[in-house]
Design a protein around this ligand. Structure first.
Ligand SMILES: [Zn+2]
Ligand SMILES: [Zn+2]
Length: 91
């Protein structure tokens, strides 16, 4: 690749990026890679999944999603259903 000396403007050939002395004036020119611009990598988006355990009402069999609560009344028959959080995502 041809670079131009930053001091005397003389053009000279270099094998690649690095520090190369100008053959005309001896000034060391730092040659950077012209290609492959540094693209900032965006930070990974955290995949946050809110806890949404699904319970099934033992009275009527109605399945519904509940939040982070200990017990919730069934929206179908109003029977209080206990939410078991221990088996959610546990191996
Ligand atoms: Zn030079
Ligand atoms: Zn029910």
């Amino acid at each position: 690749m041809i670079v131009r000396c930053g001091r005397c403007r003389a053009g000279f050939d270099v094998p690649g990026p690095g520090r190369h002395g100008c053959p005309a004036c001896g000034t060391v020119n730092e040659v950077r890679a012209a290609t492959a611009p540094v693209v900032p990598t965006p930070p990974p988006v955290p995949t946050y999944e809110p806890p949404s355990p699904r319970v099934t009402c033992p009275e009527c069999g109605f399945s519904f999603i509940v939040g982070a609560v200990a017990a919730v009344p069934c929206p179908n028959c109003r029977n209080p259903v206990t939410v078991d959080h221990t088996e959610e995502g546990q191996a």
